[in-house]
Ligand binder design. Sequence first.
Ligand code: 5RP
Length: 223
Amino acid sequence: MTQDELKQAVARAALDYIAPKLNDESVIGIGTGSTANYFIDFLAEIKADVNLTVASSEASADRLRGHGIPVVDLNTVDEITFYVDGADEADRSLALIKGGGAALTREKIVAAVAKEFICIADGSKDVHVLGNFPLPVEVIPMARSYVARELVKLGGSPVYREGVITDNGNIILDMYNFMIPNPKATEQAINNITGVVTNGIFAMRPADLLLLATEDGVIEKKL
Ligand code: 5RP
């Protein structure tokens, strides 16, 4: 199977997982990226059963609305029942690297509000230690050089993601050459740098369920 076929398979598995659990009060958090896009397209098949969604990016909100699926502002709901999103890497503790699509801050906010976070990924994202994928860090523009120097002190090699402005009006530094054996501590340390909005380690609030697409089918991983 191609990577794209694996992404479709895992998006379909997420739909099969949540569909029987939906009711008229459910709110579905929707992630960002190519795997999340497949999920959105499959969700359209059951849109009559979808009460509300909250999107983690303008791009996902546009795609949902294009299918006629209702999207609301996060501030209008108390809780998100399920949050379905992709990842760039996932380790055994279900800690993730996210933000390849520059949506990490809104994704982290939606994850914080979600009762159940279902991460959907193809098998290539399954790692022992996070960090081969360059870690995205969202930064207030005027703090770019200062934050970059601080990230170097932590041992990484930050690279400015040229031409990318996040939905929040900020920039992204991608941290290369930086393995992450202690995701919670590293997540906190980077977030403590003044000027950092957030970083792409999802360890303080990891996934609750990882659906991983392999050649042998979709595997479920839970803590
Ligand atoms: C966007 C993300 C995505 O979930 C992550 O980059 C995975 O993307 P894809 O499903 O296209 O492989 O975090 O900010």
